[in-house]
Design a protein around this ligand. Sequence first.
Ligand SMILES: *[C@@H]1O[C@H](CO)[C@@H](O)[C@H](O)[C@H]1NC(C)=O
Ligand SMILES: *[C@@H]1O[C@H](CO)[C@@H](O)[C@H](O)[C@H]1NC(C)=O
Length: 195
Amino acid sequence: MCNLRLLELQDIWLVLCITLYVIHIAGAISVHSPQRSMTRSVQEDVVFSVRVTCRGVPTLQWTFMSGAVSRSIGSWRPDGGGSFSNITADYRDRVEAHANGSLGLARLRLQDAGFYVLTVTEESGSSKDSGFVLKVNEVIYEDLQYLSISALVLVCLAGLLMLSMWLLDRAYKKIKACRRHQEQRTGNETELQPL
Ligand SMILES: *[C@@H]1O[C@H](CO)[C@@H](O)[C@H](O)[C@H]1NC(C)=O
Ligand SMILES: *[C@@H]1O[C@H](CO)[C@@H](O)[C@H](O)[C@H]1NC(C)=O
C-alpha cells in the first residue's frame, strides 16, 4: 500500500517535470520575421529583419551557408547581461548587428547568395534556428563593362592585324626591291661578261 503511493507520487513528479520541460523548450523562443526570402542586386544592401522574443537576454548567431560552404558571420548579445559583439573579420566592415536580432549586410556580392541561418540561444541553453534565403542578381553595368572590355580587346586585335599587314606589305616591297636590284646587278654582270 505504502509502496504503491510512493510510485504514484513518483509518476506524478515525472509527468510534471516532462510537461514543464516541453513547455520550456516549445514556448520559450519566438522569431518573428516579415520576410524569409529576398532578392537584391550586386552592391545593394539587405536587412534580414527579425524580432526575437525569449526569456532573458539571448545570444544571436548568424551563419551563412551555400553548397558545402558554412561560414560564421558573427554572434552578438544585445544590451543586458554581458553584451558583446563578435563579427567575423571577413564581414566586419559590411555587417550591422541590430539588438532585435536583425542582420544588415551592405554592398552585396554575387557570392553572398545562399542561406542565412539565425540561431537564438537562451541563457538556459535551449536554442532555435531560423532560415532565410538571399538571391543576388548581377547588375546591368557589369554586363556593359564586360561588353566594353570585349570591344576594347577586339579593337586592339584589329589594330594588331592592321599593323602586321602594314609590316608585311613593307617587307614584301623591300624584298621585291631587293630582288629587282639583284636582278639588275646580275643583268649588268652578264652584260659585262663578254668583255
Ligand atoms: C529590428 O530593428 C531594426 C533596426 O532598429 C528595424 O529596422 C527592423 O524593422 C526591426 N525588425 C523588426 C521585425 O521589428
Ligand atoms: C568570436 O567568434 C569566433 C568564431 O566564431 C570564435 O572562435 C571566438 O571565440 C569568438 N570570440 C568571442 C570573444 O566570443
